[in-house]
Ligand binder design. Sequence first.
Ligand code: ADP
Ligand code: MG
Length: 322
Amino acid sequence: EVLADQIAAGEVIERPASIVKELVENSVDAHSRQIDIIVENSGFDSIRIIDDGDGIESDDVFTAFKRHATSKISSRQDLFKVASLGFRGEALPSIASVSDVTMITSNGTDSGTEINIRGGEIIKHSVAAVRQGTDIFMKDLFFNTPARLKYLKSPQTELAQITDIVDRLALGNPDVAITFTHNQHEILRTAGNGNLQQVIAAIYGISNARQMVYFENEDADFRVTGYTSLPAVTRASRQYITILINRRYIRNYQLTRSIIQGYGSKLMVGRYPISVINIELDPILVDVNVHPAKREVRISKEDQLGQLIATALQESIAQENL
Ligand code: ADP
Ligand code: MG
């Protein structure tokens, strides 16, 4: 069992940032309103996520750490349904098989649970306080898989990866109050009031709200909404473009091109806008044959969607320049 979990962990848990992603997505799935992410030494020392979500019933805690035990989803197609970001029931067992995890969780009514699993072995299991939500603390990442530890990059690079994933999670969940603290320094704090523009401001330091324009467009298959920067407000990298499908952050080259295309000749060569785009679609239109953990997805009717996006941006930007 532990070995199988470790092998699965090889796919799901590549680095500290993947742990942050999986744990925060679990907190989102559990309807949390507040999620605090506390990282020490780029995750090499520890990662702690505290949420005020549904918590896990004491009877279900063991199951949560068993592989494929999730009841969230029945098929991979469901992955892109709004309701749930988790899909395979692999994250918790994977993380617990390659690190030391302590979880304190309660649904607020029954007695809570504290469980400590190290390298897949249950070290401690006891009754805990009744604060509703989940507090999960991970340390000693890859202590029992030294080869994997060696593959990690420098603390700066790993921190950049964590920061990037936290940013995308915050952009995808403006209605959740998120804090991110690294080595006691607060890196990000969002209000959780649903205001995407404020989240963009917090992340990219855009002080003047008018530097971003709102856009929306829809047809029979897609609805796109979001904010994009005015042609003068650009960056030297396309990583400031965030594409979300049903709130899940994805990467897609053609859609990124469509966003850029929306600017026509207004964008200098080598410059990219800051954009956050939410695409709502029927999950049936997402090609699930591409590995979901890689975040590269293909979409049916991609040309049609790309055109919808380009037109939306074009019109909003033109309007702003009147
Ligand atoms: P998945 O998210 O694919 O279901 P995970 O391994 O990530 O699988 O989590 C296993 C299960 O543990 C989840 O389905 C959920 O029931 C429970 N769980 C994990 N994290 C939390 C959390 N923060 N709050 C409430 N329940 C959680
Ligand atoms: Mg999950």
